[in-house]
Write a protein that binds this ligand. Structure first.
Ligand code: OGA
Ligand code: NI
Length: 356
């Protein structure tokens, strides 16, 4: 297996899945006990007081102040939305339409592309599911390094080309990779590192060899949204995530200081960017790795999202950048493989385990 592939560090072998196959959501009228969460998990409160909490910043990437604003947003929020990002609206719409077509297949058809117990790609429940006793109102489909064609052939033997090759998924992944790299350079610059800096050149170069992963998410209309969870709270593991959400609410981020859960409202044409654990480590804790979750939509709409997870290849090492500000490193160096392994075992406690 090539060292550039992330798929082999994401296998499920060590996880004890109750099952990998999501519920057949179309076949149930009521929220089953298996998917009913207690109120402490599903509280929707945000703000608490009289004032609505501030929303995550939206940054026009073509504006002259974009670089400074991206740096500020990473420091203060760990999340922001971008417009004028250069990803054609038609391509995003195509990918969303493909995701919708995939998840709207009959349950038995989707089973043909179900994730293998020792696999990383294909159809299945959220990867964080084994950490919770209740199941989520969610189904996902993961694509890594060429897996789309293999699964599309199983789902649409005669028309698989439309899904994976001719344009949408491949094209989208390429656009995501170049946008992510562009953002990565902007972010490094905001930390005081130029493109040709010795400390970061190895990491920058390794990013060219990584394809990242694409995660299609579906959150069907829910019969009892206040007692269900779409995707339980988590942080993303890699450097950056680029998320497209359809025009259906649900994504929330957790803000400290008594603010609580704040919605990230879909903005037509914008993409959501968030800092992941590896970027938190790289920034020496300067950027928060943001806790987020998805709550089922109250108006019985079907939410779809497409997340692109961006990071260096499995064998790359990530260590805090400490030259600027002359700080001491707050984390020890880790390989991507090692960190994913810790995350798969310990979820949010993983980051604490590498603190110095
Ligand atoms: C994820 C995620 C949010 C969403 O896939 O890690 O946080 O809106 N998705 O689907
Ligand atoms: Ni996430």
């Amino acid at each position: 297996m090539a060292t550039t592939s992330l798929s082999h560090v994401y296998t499920d072998t060590h996880l004890h899945y109750t099952h990998i196959v999501p519920l057949d959501f179309a076949a149930v009228d009521d929220l089953p006990e298996s998917h009913t969460w207690t109120n402490t998990h599903t509280t929707r409160a945000g703000g608490g007081g009289l004032h609505l909490p501030a929303a995550v910043p939206t940054i026009n990437l073509r504006s002259p102040s974009a670089a400074a604003l991206v740096g500020d947003a990473c420091r203060e929020w760990g999340m922001f939305q971008v417009t004028n990002h250069g990803v054609p609206a038609g391509l995003v719409e195509d990918v969303e339409a493909h995701a919708r077509r995939l998840f709207e297949l009959p349950a038995e058809q989707k089973l043909k592309a179900v994730r293998a117990p020792n696999g990383a790609t294909g159809y299945g429940v959220a990867r964080i599911s084994p950490f919770f006793t209740k199941l989520m109102w969610h189904e996902g489909f993961t694509i890594m390094a060429g897996s789309a064609v293999e699964h599309a052939k199983l789902l649409w033997p005669l028309h698989y080309h439309e899904f994976c090759c001719r344009d949408a998924m491949d094209n989208y992944q390429k656009k995501m990779k170049s946008l992510a790299y562009k953002l990565f350079l902007i972010i490094l610059k905001s930390l005081g590192y130029d493109e040709d800096n010795q400390e970061t050149s190895l990491l920058s170069a390794s990013l060219n060899q990584s394809e990242g992963a694409l995660q299609l998410n579906s959150y069907p209309s829910c019969p009892n949204p206040s007692r269900a969870i779409g995707l339980a709270p988590h942080t993303d593991s890699l450097l950056l995530t680029i998320l497209h959400q359809n025009d259906t609410n649900g994504l929330q981020i957790f803000r400290e200081g008594g603010v609580g859960w704040v919605p990230v409202t879909p903005l037509k044409g914008a993409l959501v960017i968030n800092v992941g654990d590896l970027m938190h480590i790289l920034s020496n804790g300067c950027f928060p790795t943001v806790y987020h979750r998805v709550v089922p939509n109250e108006t019985r709409r079907h939410r779809f999202s497409v997340a692109y997870f961006y990071g260096p290849p499995a064998d790359s090492t990530v260590a805090p950048l400490v030259a600027v500000g002359r700080q001491f490193p707050r984390f020890r160096a880790v390989t991507v493989r090692e960190y994913i392994g810790l995350k798969n075992k310990h979820l949010e406690k993983a980051i604490g385990l590498i603190k110095i």
